[in-house]
Design a protein around this ligand. Structure first.
Ligand SMILES: Cc1cc2nc3c(=O)[nH]c(=O)nc-3n(C[C@H](O)[C@H](O)[C@H](O)COP(=O)(O)OP(=O)(O)OC[C@H]3O[C@@H](n4cnc5c(N)ncnc54)[C@H](O)[C@@H]3O)c2cc1C
Length: 528
């Protein structure tokens, strides 16, 4: 069962070790822990729904669970019971016909519809606007792989299928989609397409826009096929309208996705560099020399240290702390996790090439244990947010991407901005970053910050808003994208015009008006 006010399955935990707890409290200071509001108290505060229909669910619990997503402000809302808008009803369609019925009912009632996948948005995508009457349409019952066309290497998949469901169904036939965002257990195909998601191994498998071949979107115009071709020169590609549409154009009901045979071999390694500069140059050289890795993820020295502390593998950490400095890997060391996927022979060859490239940057030997442990725990890592919250800490992340010649500058500026902003608020923060996805021309930068949470939710929200604003301003000032993979939602909306310009926003607005002239689908998200 899913946690109602935190991340993930209630039976899964990533506890905070004593080592990690002591490290964080020494660094961030003492605090008061306020208990979370009880669900039953929150349920009582939900106003009655004013609509009823046999295919709509209006019970308070369903409405509560669909009121917010997974952003930090969403967590404050759930944990402190400060939710000022709920959907009037939640629908769980099982067929395309159900979806049509719900759309026409909403039109008749002059209500908005919010397409809902897994609710894992971290940018306020699925939160109802306080001033609109909303039906949330949860796609979870449309979760099947309908057909695998082996000749064309395409799988027709219903949009409500989450990562686990997709891989389970494809793997049983020897195939994989290869899309592994960290929210994989809950996020869905429709959500990935609508937010332009990126999975861990996107360097090998491609981002969701590379995997999306064609699909169907349902709105008041009916079922609109979004056609795909192996390649086409027939003007602008309509598929690009759907990618990143954030629910504004209608409901994506299914999509044909490019799939691959399950790889013969897949490995992950850890490797250490003596400092950031060596590590960054190594990954840039590797990618520009066409090293056929599936992923590279380079942590800065603070994240390298924090990963050691939070790993809970105290024995390993103690040995590493004792011997690494003797080998020249002092506190500036930076950890790279990389993966290789594909045919056995090619994988073995790539590992050799990786070793040789990294050696020229004075790396440590490749460490299989670290790569293996990362792969084993990669979907468990987000569960640390639950343990951190319970111990009195908040955690949030910021992400962007930028060209190589500005990667280091951007990364340093973002960390500085976060630290200075916390200092101005009279608080301390632990901030660190990694390059999460690499490209020939640049990389995405993923910054994490941990701070002690305030018991007063208003104060906590002010801290978050102040940091978010300062850091978003810095992203656009340095020239990065406001989002590499999380989308716009409402949280990034004030900054999207820096990237698209007025003409760009007008063009997006025209597309939305053309698909959805009544402004019925997820109003207020992506653009005003
Ligand atoms: C712990 C954690 C880790 C994460 N890691 C990653 C990561 O590694 N990579 C990454 O890219 N993102 C990541 N995210 C962000 C999030 O998982 C993605 O944005 C994801 O694509 C959202 O999918 P979802 O199904 O949960 O969509 P939702 O959150 O339900 O919805 C997101 C948006 O998509 C729209 N939408 C959903 N389904 C449909 C549909 N069928 N038709 C039309 N519109 C639809 C909604 O209206 C909304 O605007 C992470 C989030 C969390 C909480």
């Amino acid at each position: 069962m899913k946690r109602w006010n935190g991340w993930g399955d209630i039976n899964k935990h990533k506890p905070l070790s004593n080592m990690a707890y002591n490290y964080l409290t020494n660094l961030l200071g003492k605090f008061d822990i306020t208990p979370d509001i009880e669900q039953k108290i929150l349920l009582k505060s939900i106003p009655n729904s004013k609509i009823s229909n046999s295919f709509l669910n209006t019970n308070p619990l369903d409405r509560l669970l669909h009121a917010r997503g997974q952003s930090f402000p969403d967590w404050i809302s759930f944990k402190h019971g400060r939710i000022d808008s709920f959907p009037e009803a939640v629908a769980y369609p099982e067929t395309q016909e159900d979806i049509k019925k719900i759309i026409h009912f909403a039109k008749y009632q002059e209500m908005s519809l919010i397409p809902y996948g897994g609710g894992t948005s971290v940018a306020g995508h699925i939160n109802p606007n306080p001033d609109s009457r909303v039906i949330t349409l949860n796609m979870q019952k449309m979760n099947s792989v309908l057909n695998i066309n082996i000749t064309n290497r395409l799988a027709d998949i219903q949009a409500g299928a989450n990562g686990l469901q997709i891989e389970h169904q494809l793997n049983s036939q020897g195939y994989t989609l290869g899309h592994f965002p960290q929210s994989f257990e809950y996020s869905t195909l429709g959500g990935w397409i609508a937010t332009r998601s990126s999975g861990h191994q996107s360097y090998y498998y491609g981002r969701i826009e590379d995997l999306f071949y064609n699909g169907i979107i349902e709105n008041l115009n009916g079922s609109i096929p979004i056609k795909g071709f192996p390649a086409s020169a027939a003007g602008p590609d309509i598929r690009q309208f759907i990618l990143g549409s954030e629910g504004r154009l209608g409901i994506i009901t299914k999509a044909n996705m490019r799939i691959r045979k399950l790889p013969e071999k897949e490995v992950f390694y850890g490797v250490l560099f003596k400092n950031w500069k060596l590590g960054e140059n190594a990954v840039r050289t590797a990618v520009q020399q066409d090293l056929q890795v599936s992923m590279m993820r380079l942590s800065d020295s603070t994240e390298t240290l924090v990963n050691f502390k939070l790993s809970g593998e105290n024995k390993f950490v103690n040995i590493a702390e004792k011997y690494l400095p003797k080998l020249g890997f002092s506190s500036n060391r930076c950890m790279l996790i990389f993966g290789v996927t594909g045919k056995k022979k090619k994988v073995n060859q790539t590992i050799k090439e990786a070793r040789s490239i990294f050696n020229t940057f004075k790396s440590s030997p490749l460490i299989k244990y670290i790569g293996k442990s990362w792969n084993k725990n990669r979907f468990l890592i987000p569960y640390i947010r639950n343990s951190l919250w319970d111990a009195g800490f908040g955690l949030d992340t910021i992400e962007t991407s930028i060209q190589w010649d500005k990667v280091n500058f951007m990364s340093e500026e973002l960390k500085k901005t976060i630290s200075v902003t916390f200092e101005g608020l009279g608080e301390r923060v632990l901030v660190f970053s990694h390059l999460s996805h690499i490209y020939k021309e640049g990389a995405s930068i993923y910054v994490t910050y941990i701070f002690r949470r305030k018991s007063n939710p208003d104060e906590l929200l002010i801290i978050w808003e102040t940091v978010k604003k300062a850091v978003s301003k810095k992203i656009v000032e340095v020239g990065g994208t406001i989002s590499h993979q999380h989308g716009i939602g409402v949280d990034h909306k004030p900054f999207v015009h820096f990237e698209k310009g007025k003409l760009g926003l007008d063009a997006i607005s025209s597309v939305i008006n053309t698909f959805d002239p009544n402004g019925m689908f997820n109003p207020g998200k992506l653009i005003d």
